[in-house]
Design a protein around this ligand. Structure first.
Ligand SMILES: [Zn+2]
Length: 263
């Protein structure tokens, strides 16, 4: 039951502290139409993943207003942005193109979950699970070892940081085809470590999808004739990079100067 006084307080708070766009700061909504129009979809093609992933993909470029909105969710803990970002994920074409029997969000360590109060990947995955009519499996893949923030780690250090960090902790094994969900894809190291745990538990196919793709940690272009050591989208890179100049995940353009991210 809503008390009249509470309604009055809520109205007063809304007047004093109106929603501001998490992308640009304008008053009126948490993600304004102008910012939404700037969200850049990535091509629907996906790359073959290394790190035991069958496919790895991202829906949007991690840049501009979308980057700000994701940071507002994760670091500003503005949970109300999650339905907006989850809705974006659920409407992206690539999110519907990856075969899956169930969705599994990349888990947070319990300590970080306690600090943040929610797992942003789980909130995002919830919307895609609903849109696709697939089960969302939570609390089954767990982060059994706390890892340091990956923001300042290079690709190699990220892989070492998350190696063996995840485990399947449920009596029932995972379904044959699992789609991992995370907010930001950077090097693919976290996805890869999750995939390893899922395969150890019995998953046959593991794919990974992020809401947004950061290019900050793409490895430098190797000298001619040499393959990069472990790019997250190695398969596509081998066939496309020479002609298209684009990275293996199928998106164009680096976003240099952008703030790094990662769990
Ligand atoms: Zn805006």
């Amino acid at each position: 039951m809503t008390h009249p006084l509470r309604l009055l307080v809520e109205e007063a708070l809304a007047f004093l502290f109106p929603d501001r766009c998490t992308g640009c700061g304008r008053r009126g909504s948490l993600f304004c139409p102008t910012c939404r129009a700037q969200v850049r979809s990535l091509p629907t093609e996906v790359g073959n993943g290394s790190f035991d992933l069958d496919d790895i993909a991202a829906s949007f470029a991690f840049e501009g207003p979308l980057r700000e909105a994701i940071h507002a969710l994760k670091y500003g803990r503005i949970r109300r942005v999650a339905p907006i970002l989850g809705g974006l994920l659920a409407t992206s074409e690539v999110a519907h193109s990856l075969p899956a029997d169930a969705l599994v969000p990349v888990p947070l360590h319990p300590r970080r979950l306690h600090e943040r109060g929610f797992n942003q990947s789980e909130l995002l995955a919830h919307h895609l699970a609903q849109a696709r009519g697939l089960p969302l499996l939570t609390d089954v893949l767990v982060r059994q070892r706390d890892t340091v923030h990956q923001v300042r780690l290079d690709a190699h250090a990220r892989r070492e940081n998350v190696q063996g960090a995840f485990g399947w902790q449920h009596a029932v094994p995972p379904p044959a085809r699992v789609l991992l969900i995370d907010d930001v894809l950077t090097t693919g190291a976290t996805f890869g470590a999750c995939a390893l745990a899922l395969r150890d538990a019995g998953a046959q196919e593991v794919r990974a999808l992020a809401l947004a793709r950061s290019y900050h940690h793409l490895p430098p272009t190797p000298p001619a004739g040499r393959e990069p050591r472990s790019p997250p989208c190695r398969g596509r890179r081998e066939t496309r990079s020479e002609s298209s100049g684009r990275s293996g995940c199928g998106a164009g353009g680096a976003t240099s100067g952008h703030r790094q991210t990662g769990e």
